[in-house]
Ligand binder design. Structure first.
Ligand code: NDP
Ligand code: OXD
Length: 319
């Protein structure tokens, strides 16, 4: 008699050190799935038993080695690093969006807007020089217009939290929508009106062929003089040289940048030392491993049960 092996969930995120936590979390949230959680570098794994992979950046060609792979679960909300694999198998890809991701991202973007509103780049510079210069900023949140590019799972959470704080908040997406308390714009035709009324622009778009380098000189010029930019989408959304030129010329007053073309951001990148830029290390909204395991368990259970899987990547839309 042969004993059927358990389906393997291969986990890359966090490396070997994170495996005990992943195992404990999957045992807590998915005991009924009977998954065996194994590490990405485990040489003893039977390729035929691998049914699921939880990864952020798989080594190119690696996922194609598992003929029974049923789904790739991204350990991040964005799946660009997974799509970069030229031999990616044609299986469902699940984006990691959890309530905790939404809360963390909303908090991070509100923090960024408040930092820009209170001119924190100037305060950080003054502190570095031990320079006491008192000043007052011109506006409160109530007179500040925030515009969120992307009204998906994360953009909408951010827009709502800004509106709750009293920011005059608008959003822009591909398709029209109605959201109480938000001025919603859609498509290329409504982008100019959205930009013209935006003092703080927050990017929460996915990386697609249509959104890459969207924030270029032409777009920045359509923002009111003195507007600020927060990029938490992807580094590729912003043309770096155009943003730096707009900052140096004074059309854009300041920026918070969390994502970059190359990560980690190279030590010689001009963003690090620009006095009007706050750099954060892709730290906006990473949920705990326990929360990610909970979400992965929900997705795998839905797939097995034949019910709609939340936050499934849509190949036709590209996000
Ligand atoms: P969703 O897929 O839920 O939402 C995407 C939104 O962007 C939708 O509103 C969609 O419009 C809109 N959109 C897509 N393409 C276009 C376009 N061409 N023109 C106008 N609008 C467009 O994504 P999430 O909200 O979950 O995540 C967004 C991104 O945030 C991720 O892809 C990732 O890159 C980034 N992210 C960054 C993190 C960080 O730590 N910095 C953490 C997590 C995510 P519509 O509603 O019409 O479909
Ligand atoms: C991302 C994430 O997609 O951290 O950037 O979830």
């Amino acid at each position: 008699m042969t004993v059927a092996s358990k389906p393997i969930l291969l986990v890359k995120s966090g490396g070997e050190a994170a495996l005990p936590e992943w195992r404990a979390s999957f045992a807590e949230f998915a005991p009924q799935l009977g998954l065996e959680v194994r590490g990405w570098h485990d040489a003893g794994v039977d390729p035929l038993a691998v049914e699921y992979a939880l990864v952020w950046q798989p080594d190119a060609g690696r996922l194609a080695q598992y003929p029974n792979l049923k789904a790739v679960i991204s350990s991040a909300a964005g799946v660009d690093h997974i799509l970069a694999d030229p031999q990616l198998p044609d299986v469902p890809i699940v984006r990691m969006v959890t309530p905790e991701t939404q809360q963390r991202m909303a908090e991070f973007t509100v923090m960024s807007s408040l930092m820009l509103l209170k001119d924190m780049p100037r305060i950080i510079g003054q502190q570095a020089r031990a320079e006491w210069v008192e000043f007052s900023t011109p506006r409160t949140a109530l007179e500040t217009r925030v515009g969120v590019l992307g009204l998906g799972a994360l953009g909408l959470a951010c827009a709502r939290m800004h509106a709750q704080l009293g920011f005059d908040t608008a959003g822009w997406a591909r398709s029209p929508r109605n959201e109480p308390g938000l001025a919603c714009h859609a498509g290329a035709a409504q982008l100019p009106a959205f930009l013209a009324r935006t003092d703080i622009l927050i990017c929460l778009l996915p990386e697609t062929d249509d959104t890459r380098h969207l924030i270029d000189a032409a777009l920045l010029r359509q923002l009111p003089r003195g507007a600020a930019v927060v990029n938490v989408g992807r580094g590729t959304h912003v043309k770096s040289a155009d943003l730096l030129a707009a900052l140096d010329e004074g059309h854009i007053s300041s920026a918070v940048l969390d994502v970059f073309d190359t990560e980690p951001l190279p030590a010689d990148a001009p963003f690090w030392r620009h006095p009007r830029i706050i750099v954060t290390p892709h730290a906006a909204a990473t949920p705990s491993r326990r929360e990610r395991a909970r979400q992965a368990a929900v997705a795998i259970s839905a797939m097995i049960g034949g019910v709609p899987v939340p936050h499934l990547y849509d190949r036709a839309r590209g996000y």
